[in-house]
Structure formats: C-alpha cells, structure tokens
Design a protein around this ligand. Structure first.
Ligand SMILES: Nc1ncnc2c1ncn2[C@@H]1O[C@H](COP(=O)(O)OP(=O)(O)OP(=O)(O)O)[C@@H](O)[C@H]1O
Ligand SMILES: [Mg+2]
Length: 462
C-alpha cells in the first residue's frame, strides 16, 4: 500500500478572504493547511510545529512597502532556513519578489493567481526541497537505468553531475536555465529534460530568440489574427500556444531586447496572453527551459537584462562544463561521432588510434563538442583507411570551414542542408566540366568522399 504523507502548508496573509480561498483550494487538493493572519501568529505556529512549506503574502495591512513581508521572511529563515517559502506579491511589486528571492525565498507567484499554476508551483517546490536532501550519487550506468539519456555521451564526474540534476528535476515543472559556452550541449540537455518529463508526449517547442527580429517577437510568440498588422496575411499560431501542455525552449535568451523582456515576463507571470488582433485571452500550460552562452548575471548588472525576469527563469540553473574540463569524455565522444558517420555514409568500420585519442584529448576545443564533432566527421569522410591517426586529424584541423560572409545564402527555411549540398555539387560539376578531381578539390573533399556523396544523392558521374 502506498501511503502518501499529507503535506503541511502554513499560509500567511492578513486578508481573510484570501486566506479562506487558499485554504479551501489546498485542502481540496489533499494538503493539510493552517492560516495565520499576522506575522506574529505565523512565527508562533512555526515554532510550535514542523511545516513542509510556507505560502506568504508580502503586504500586511499597515504598510504597503513590503518591508514587513521581508522582515517576516527573514525571521522564518532564522527559525528554519531549510523550509521553502513561496511569496505572493502583487504584479506591480515584482521587485519586492526579487528582494525576497535574494533572502532565500523558493519562488514567487503573483496576485491574482491561477489555481493550476499555484498548485504546480507548490508541487515543484516541494519535490525540489525533498530531493535536495538526497545524496548526489549515481554512476552513468545507474543513471541510465533510471532515465532515458540515449545518445547522450559522457561519463566524467562533471557531466554525471549534470545528468544527475537533469534526472532529478525533469519531472517537476521548475523553470530551468542552461548556461555554458557555445557547443557544450545546451540544446541536447534541454531536450533530455523534456524527454524525461511527463510532458514528453506533448510538444517540445524550440525558439531561437537570437534569430527573431525584435519587432516580430510578439507575433512569433503569441501569434496573430489575419489583418492584425499590415503583413499579417493569415492567422498564425504563436509558439506559446504550440507549447501548450509541453515544453517551450527559449534559446539565446540573453539576446532578448529589454522591451521584449517585459512581454515575456508577463506571460511567465500570468500564464496567459492575447493573440495579436484578437481580444481573447489564451491560458497556456507550459514548462520553460531557457539557454544562453552569455553571463546573464553580468547583463543584469549592466541593466541589459531585467533582474525580475532573471529570477523568473532560473529556479534551477544547469551549468554545462566546457569540454576542456571533461577531457575524459573526449575519446568517448569522438568514437560516438565516428560510428555515427560510418553508419550514415555506410563506411567500413573506423577506429581512432590510441595516440590520436590522446592528441584529441589535449586540444583546447574552444568550440567544445560541436568543434570536436565537426573535426571527427570531416576527417572520417576524407580518409581512405580505417585507422584514424594524428596526421589525419591534423590534416583536417586547419581546414575548419570559416564563415564565407561575402556570399549570400538562401534564406532559412527555403532549403535543407542536403539540398544545399546537392546544389553545390551540381554547380561544381558544371563549373569544372565534370572533372571529378577538380570538383572534389573545390568542394574541399577527397575523391572518395565526393563519390560517396554523389551516390547518396543519386547524381550521375557524367
Ligand atoms: N553529451 C553529448 N553527447 C553526444 N553529442 C553531444 C553531446 N553534447 C552535445 N552534443 C552534440 O554537439 C553539438 C552541439 O550541441 P548543442 O547544439 O546542444 O550545443 P549548444 O550548447 O546548444 O551550442 P550553442 O551555444 O552554439 O547553441 C550537437 O551536434 C550535439 O548533438
Ligand atoms: Mg544551442
């Protein structure tokens, strides 16, 4: 028999109407609650009994500055620093919530609240506080038994810690901020969180905020009705609506303009928004994951990133280590990428010599896993022997493709990478009159690599 212990919630609010409705809501959802209408009563109850969580209003009748609320929070933390406190603040006083977070509040919600969102927040904070008591142990093999981390390579201690956190927090609704240098696997980790959550049957909506012109942010995120503005030729469903019951992944969140930060904050607070050109308010249920390779704290200090938004998005922060700090994983990753290329291009089995593995391990890898992946793939396609040596990698190292800025590529969405590759091969064939060694040279490929690609795409040799 499974006995679910009833969680005890202390609710502190001087507004009896609020207290009553919160108590009713929480009791109906299986919690044990008690209300306190003044800071003094609250502290008394706190000393008398053990509570799982506290829900605390920030304003008490005499003042509206919130100072009393902050003082109460301080006193609660002095009595029991481990007890999670969720603050309730008015929309206009979000800076107060930020002060509270700095004093150790677990999260905050706004008045008026949405019941579902409030319950979700409670569940999340409760499950996180419960887990932090568990020891952070677990080898990769152990983690694989508990979670689905298929295709994610890494057994270093630094990376196992990351996976351990991912596993622990995946099933909660906590908003997660993933930081790390370019190419460290932020998107891979965001995907893993979604896959291991109960939202995995629903959408994982990825939005690259760095790629959306700032004036199109609202229409992209909230959608628009036909005619909402000059270019709105038809209805468009926004990303938040698409993410309903799923996960929304906001990549490059550090690129958001200040003006759009407030629009995003509002949706995160209210869990609802209006589609442009429509007066209807849509409520959405989503889990937020954000990522950036920028130092958001520095941006906050420079006032380029709103502090309140910062606190809203990072209930959990996952920092991905750069590859140079998890060197043990380099041979594993390299092998994984070689095997992938070999399978994709139907090559014979390839292997990397021990000395080459060591050489790879000693590179600094400023572009992290992506750079390693590119080099390994390029090398695998260029060589015509099965054993990969240092020289093979060296030969391809300098040839890292630099961005060719002078040429205009078709806009994103017009062509896939495969189509682009076919077009480029055909152009080169025409240009060099089907002289295959010249074609291969101009494309930076070996002859055999060119043949493989022509076979793959069914391009005639003549
Ligand atoms: N642990 C891993 N196992 C296998 N492949 C990985 C792993 N981490 C990253 N990769 C691969 O490395 C490449 C870069 O990863 P990803 O796009 O997630 O990095 P990122 O941190 O989002 O980079 P950027 O900051 O440039 O957006 C991808 O091809 C991804 O599949
Ligand atoms: Mg990325």
């Amino acid at each position: 028999m499974i006995v679910k212990m009833m969680k005890k919630i202390l609710i502190i609010d001087d507004d009896i109407a609020v207290l009553t409705s919160l108590e009713l809501l929480l009791k109906n959802n299986g919690f044990f609650t008690l209300g306190a209408s003044s800071p003094e009563t609250a502290l008394k109850l706190l000393r008398q009994d053990k509570w799982d969580i506290i829900l605390q209003d920030m304003n008490f009748s005499s003042k509206t500055s919130g100072d009393e609320g902050l003082e109460l929070l301080n006193n609660i933390k002095a009595i029991d620093p481990s007890i999670p406190v969720i603050l309730i603040t008015a929309w206009g006083s979000i800076s107060l919530a930020v002060k509270g977070m700095k004093l150790g509040a677990a999260d905050f919600i706004n008045k008026p609240w949405q019941n579902d969102h409030l319950l979700q927040t409670l569940e999340t904070v409760l499950s996180l506080s419960h887990q932090s008591a568990e020891a952070a142990t677990g080898s990769r093999a152990k983690l694989n038994k508990l979670y689905n981390f298929q295709g994610i390579i890494g057994e270093s201690l630094a990376f196992e810690k990351v996976l351990h956190t991912v596993g622990k927090i995946a099933h909660t609704n906590a908003s997660v901020l993933i930081t790390g240098e370019s190419g460290t696997g932020k998107e891979v980790i965001a995907d893993a969180i979604h896959c291991n959550s109960s939202r995995n049957r629903n959408a994982f909506v990825k939005v690259n905020l760095g790629g959306i012109p700032s004036n199109l942010f609202e229409s992209e995120m909230f959608g628009h009705r036909k005619g909402a503005f000059t270019d709105a030729k038809s209805d468009r469903t926004g990303r938040f609506e698409l993410a309903h019951r799923g996960t929304i992944f906001l990549d490059e969140i550090g690129d958001l303009t200040i003006g759009n930060q407030i629009k995003l904050l509002r949706v995160l607070q209210e869990r609802s928004f209006e589609v442009l050109g429509s007066s209807k308010t849509l409520s959405v249920d989503f889990r937020l994951i954000s990522a950036t390779n920028k130092d958001l704290k520095k941006l906050v200090e420079a006032r380029d990133f709103r502090e309140d938004l910062f606190y809203r998005i990072n209930l959990i922060t996952i920092e991905l280590p750069p590859l140079r700090e998890r060197k043990e994983d380099i041979p594993l990753l390299a092998k994984h990428f070689v095997d992938q290329v070999a399978a994709e291009y139907h090559l014979e089995e390839l292997a990397i010599s021990k000395t080459a593995q060591k050489w790879l391990t000693e590179r600094p890898w400023p572009g992290n896993i992506r750079e390693l992946k590119n080099l390994v793939e390029r090398t695998a396609l260029m060589i015509n022997h099965p054993f990969m040596e240092i020289e093979d990698f060296e030969a391809n190292f300098e040839h890292a493709p630099r961005l060719v800025k002078d040429y205009k590529l078709p806009p994103v969405g017009v062509m896939t990478l495969d189509q682009l590759e076919v077009t480029m091969i055909r152009n080169a064939l025409e240009h060099h009159d089907h002289n295959l060694s010249q074609v291969a040279k101009s494309l930076g490929l070996s002859r055999s690599a060119l043949y493989r690609r022509m076979d793959k795409y069914g391009i005639d040799y003549k």
